[in-house]
Design a protein around this ligand. Structure first.
Ligand code: GLY
Length: 352
């Protein structure tokens, strides 16, 4: 096991100017080590029925709240249920909420921990690729409201993120595919070298080589952590992490797609738009589409463009009649472009 603090992971030699980063990363850790970090009597674990069913033994001795698995349960009703359970367990300000699961669990854990008794400590044990490289990092939490993804939430950092790679042994292939969308996103926006590594290897290589996948996860954790450390509240560079997510979020709940699939289609659309807009000299949409396809991700969908536009307008990145859209200058180099809503409306049919 390797323990690192946030600054080390983010590649910074000195504490962030924000001065409030206490998040510890435990890499290549065994779940049983959790009891060394927080006294078991203070812990309440939040997980979903799938993770609980597959890893029941790991949870022995802990108080556990289980919720139904799936994005459709990432809502206020589930939050009310969890809070009811915390009250039944007489959880107090010393209670430490530990979310064990994929992105839905990490998002809800952070949110409940932020609001229960006006805030309790929390840690995350991401159990999917997507949660390990993305959802567990950065402090954004929240829930959906109908088709609107992550409409309600806060930004609040976990006390620790705990990587037990044994969870990946039971991860369905579809979930591996889902997670690679965010990995390809990191390569597209920040790291051309990572992009070529992904071109060289295959999903099968990563699924069958423990060292290769551990290195890939830690590389992606570093990319995301470095961005978050510089811009926790998404006033600048952190917006780049939304590459593929503007259209992705609009189609995710509308078309009932897994998050990674929606983001993949969103990235392909954003690459098409990057090629179409004059002023940008992006020429690699095909290369990105090829890489997404290589990792079994979809790159287009039959969608009702008007409905997509209606949802897209409510995206948190909209400011008045402009959308801050993330486009690529080249692979490994993204930028924020404000695009007028009517121009976006016009392009939507061609890019999606
Ligand atoms: N929790 C995901 C993020 O902060 O981006």
């Amino acid at each position: 096991m390797r323990v690192k603090n946030f600054f080390e992971v983010a590649g910074s030699s000195q504490p962030s100017p924000l001065g409030k980063w206490q998040c510890a990363y435990y890499f290549d850790a065994e779940f049983s080590y959790l009891e060394q970090i927080v006294p078991t009597k203070n812990v309440v674990i939040l997980t979903d029925e799938n993770v609980f069913g597959l890893h029941t033994k790991k949870f022995s001795g802990y108080r556990v709240i289980q919720i139904s698995a799936g994005e459709q349960y990432k809502n206020q009703q589930t939050v009310d249920h969890i809070i009811g359970e915390l009250i039944k367990l007489e959880a107090d300000k010393n209670t430490f909420l530990v979310g064990v699961g994929g992105g839905v669990i990490t998002d809800i854990t952070g949110y409940v921990a932020a609001v229960y008794m006006r805030g309790i400590a929390f840690g995350l044990v991401p159990a999917s690729i997507l949660a390990m490289v993305d959802a567990a990092i950065g402090g954004k939490n929240g829930i959906d409201v109908g088709v609107y993804k992550n409409m309600v939430g806060t930004i609040r950092q976990p006390n620790f993120i705990f990587y037990d790679y044994s969870f990946l042994q039971t991860l369905p292939v579809d979930e591996w595919v889902n997670g690679f969308a965010e990995i390809i996103k990191h390569a597209c926006i920040k790291d051309a070298l990572l992009f070529s590594v992904l071109e060289r290897y295959s999903l099968h290589d990563f699924r069958t080589d423990e060292t290769l996948i551990a290195d890939l996860i830690e590389k992606n954790v570093a990319i995301k952590s470095a961005i978050v450390m510089q811009d926790e509240f998404e006033e600048g560079d952190r917006k780049l992490l939304n590459f593929g997510h503007t259209i992705g979020h609009a189609i995710e709940n509308l078309c009932r797609l897994p998050h990674g699939h929606a983001v993949s289609i969103g990235m392909a659309a954003a690459c098409n738009l990057s090629e179409q807009l004059s002023g940008l000299h992006f020429e690699d949409a095909k290369r990105v589409v090829l890489l997404l396809s290589k990792y079994h991700l979809p790159v287009d969908i039959e969608a009702d463009h008007e409905k997509v536009f209606e949802i897209l307008k409510m995206d948190k990145k909209r400011l008045a009649d402009k959308m801050n859209f993330i486009l690529l200058n080249k692979i490994g180099n993204a930028a924020i472009y404000p695009i007028a809503l009517n121009e976006l409306h016009h392009h939507l049919k061609e890019i999606l």
